[in-house]
Design a protein around this ligand. Structure first.
Ligand code: PYC
Length: 332
């Protein structure tokens, strides 16, 4: 009977948790972070569930592990762990990871002010600002993001008929804008969104096949992005992103913001050089931007940026004890 111990640095990015596993993570095989993610999912997923779910985590828990990169042009490789699985990319997770890794001296950038990160979804570049040893802001240039499908009709148990778009920003998002059966974020209780979101996700995935044109292993809608009008001065829009089985992102959601900007760009509502300030359910903000236009497969795409801040809240040593019936966590 063994006890597996992990050294963790906890923090949050604009309100959403980030548990950076700085010690105790497994050695992973693979020629890229995407292959290492597959290896982790096949052999070590119990570490993710043990560290993310109750009794050591909670519904919104999200985190990361650091690895030496497989690419010579990167400073660090990052694996994302979350209640929902191992995301190809996580924006709030990476802003928190970069902040805490720099403040704790876990990574030495080759170019001060910039970190090049190998994520399972691809290269993400972080530009950061520091003051008195603290990282005050992180701006990510994310993977190419695109509108994958628009005007999808679906019957959503609990709400009725909905029309949604699907966009990729490092994960696939079903984007639900205010319409007849959905009054918009702010005009509907969060508990109701948590109840209907998994039903909407299953209904969409049962009918529509969404596959990344350049990596068929990235497929399916994993997140639901409910949208609505901004309530905070300076914000352009508000959103509530559902992930896992019960989580609503407390941050404005990095990959969700990139997906939303790709949708608005495809519609002609954003262009290269534009800024898009996104508000979360708790009023925190990410500053998004369309850096440039590009393409992914046959789809028009954008290279998006998102900027936000994170703070460390503590450190802990967490044990997964094989004698514990709840070693791998549970959900109620
Ligand atoms: O910030 O990309 C994000 C994210 C994904 C799920 C929760 N947050």
């Amino acid at each position: 009977m063994a006890r597996h111990t992990f050294f963790c640095i906890d923090g949050h990015t604009c309100g959403n948790p980030v548990r950076l596993v700085a010690g105790g993570g497994p050695l992973l095989e693979g020629a890229s972070m995407f292959e290492r993610r597959q290896h982790f999912l096949e052999h070590f997923d119990w570490i993710r569930t043990g560290l993310m779910f109750e009794p050591r985590g909670h519904d919104m828990m999200s985190g990361s592990m650091l690895y030496p990169p497989t690419r010579p042009d990167c400073d660090m490789g990052v694996l994302f762990i979350e209640t929902s699985g191992c995301l190809p990319m996580c924006g709030h997770g990476l802003i928190g990871t970069v902040t805490m890794a720099l403040e704790e001296g876990l990574v030495t950038p080759r170019t001060p002010g910039t970190l090049r990160l190998e994520t399972p979804a691809g290269l993400v570049v972080a530009e950061y600002e520091q003051e008195a040893g603290f990282v005050t802001s992180v701006k990510l240039t994310n993977v190419a993001s695109f509108l994958a499908a628009d005007g999808l009709e679906i019957e959503c148990e609990g709400l009725g008929r909905l029309t949604v778009d699907v966009a990729y920003g490092g994960n696939f998002y079903a984007i639900v804008e205010p319409q007849e059966n959905f009054p918009g974020v702010g005009s509907i209780e969060i508990d109701r969104l948590i109840a209907v979101s998994p039903k909407l996700r299953s209904a969409l995935n049962a009918v529509y096949e969404i596959v990344h044109p350049e990596n068929e292993k990235i497929h399916g809608i994993t997140h639901i992005q409910w949208t609505g009008p901004a309530t905070v001065e300076g914000a352009d829009a508000r959103n509530a992103v559902f992930y896992g089985d019960k989580a609503i992102d407390r941050s404005p959601c990095g990959t969700g913001t990139c997906a939303r900007m790709a949708q608005l760009h495809a519609r002609g509502e954003l262009k290269a050089g534009d800024r898009f300030v996104h508000e979360s359910v708790i009023g925190s903000l990410f500053i998004g931007g369309v850096k440039e236009e590009t393409s992914v497969g046959n789809a028009r795409a954008i290279v998006p940026t998102i900027a936000g801040w994170a703070v460390k809240t503590g450190t802990s040593q967490i044990s997964l004890d094989e004698r514990d019936p709840y070693m791998t966590g549970f959900q109620v």
